[in-house]
Ligand binder design. Structure first.
Ligand code: FE2
Length: 339
């Protein structure tokens, strides 16, 4: 006689540092209430509740899944697959962070040093290819710190527009271009140390130039075979075609506060699409407003999270001790998504 299939019950619960916007908790915590839940039952729960979970994601922009039976990266990979988003591999991405793949979909979150605060960002908004969805999984939380910070950038945009209407109008009308210098070989000491070889999936400067041409980048070779690249004009404000909701979908905060290493100077990282300089005060205020709006994903072992990357920014608090948090991306978007 076969044993009956287990069922999973999960419901919203509260978190210590949870924000709320228009009555919507941020992040939304879904707590599993079934102590004997196993992985197959959890995957069935996702399949049955997928429509409802996607509605919750659309309303809350970030969901933390706690108490589910995720013991390994492979369990997490299966959870991600259950959502059915088109995969987005690190190899395909134009991300400037150094990461290590663990499965085809799952890779380490940014490998930058523990004391380094990763500023708020929309994943890969500085490139013409970005994921609309991000999953995280915590295998081991840090001894101290190390929360993933999250921020609703639709709320940020409306507050910023109230304070700097001209700046936001320029962001909408002109878009942005991003410049950064990539090393010839990966530099794990930097939060933005991914080599041009890895970024563009090539082995020679000629092949890199061909890829850059396809993507519409400008470039210049520098000493030690490092490469300065400038993106084509990318949107600074994203408008949801279904709802009309807008978000501050760009990399201004991270680029202007955190894109610093021995090759890069944040002051030279971003201009408007026509090459004109940004209003430094407005960028400063955007970062300050974002910090006010920020909530935490306070990791516990076995937690998973799902973010709407078009609406929620994320970053990483500094930490002490070992921290193993993994990410998986889905639903590629942007002008290069069809390349
Ligand atoms: Fe990220």
């Amino acid at each position: 006689m076969s044993t009956p299939a287990k069922t999973v019950m999960a419901e919203p619960a509260t978190l210590p540092r949870q924000a709320s916007f228009d009555g919507m908790e941020f992040p939304l915590l879904l707590q599993c209430r079934s102590p004997d839940a196993d992985l197959p039952a959890t995957l069935s729960w996702v399949a049955v509740n997928l429509g409802k979970i996607k509605e919750q994601l659309a309303r809350h922009a970030c969901i933390l899944f706690r108490g589910f039976p995720f013991r390994t990266v492979e369990d997490f990979d299966a959870f991600v697959v259950a959502f059915g988003f088109e995969p987005f591999t690190y190899e395909r991405s134009l991300s400037n962070a150094v990461r290590l793949s663990r499965t085809r979909r799952v890779f380490t979150a940014n490998e930058s040093p523990p004391a380094f605060q990763i500023p708020l960002h929309h994943e890969m908004a500085q490139t013409p290819l970005y994921p609309a969805r991000i999953f995280f999984y915590c295998e081991k939380p840090a001894a101290h710190g190390g929360a993933t910070a999250v921020c609703r950038s639709d709320i940020l945009l409306s507050r910023l527009e109230h304070r700097h209407p001209r700046f936001v109008a320029d962001c909408r009308a002109k878009g942005l271009r991003y410049t950064n210098i990539m090393p010839a070989e990966n530099d794990p000491a930097s939060g933005m140390g991914r080599s041009w070889r890895s970024t563009f999936g090539v082995t020679s400067p000629d092949a890199a130039e061909e890829k850059l041409r396809q993507l519409g980048y400008m470039w210049e070779w520098l000493e030690n075979q490092s490469l300065r690249t400038t993106t084509p004009v990318l949107q600074a404000v994203w408008r949801d075609p279904g709802t009309g909701r807008e978000s501050f979908f760009n990399q201004l905060i991270a680029a202007s506060t955190g894109w610093r290493d021995r090759r890069n100077d944040p002051a030279k990282a971003v201009t408007f699409g026509d090459g004109s300089p940004l209003d430094v005060n407005a960028v400063h205020d955007a970062a300050a407003l974002a910090e006010e709006l920020t909530a935490d994903l306070p990791w516990q072992a076995g937690d998973a999270a799902l973010l709407d990357n078009m609406v929620a920014m994320h970053g990483r608090r500094p930490f002490e001790g070992q921290r193993r948090v993994f990410a998986a991306l889905g639903d590629p978007r942007g002008p290069a998504a069809v390349c």
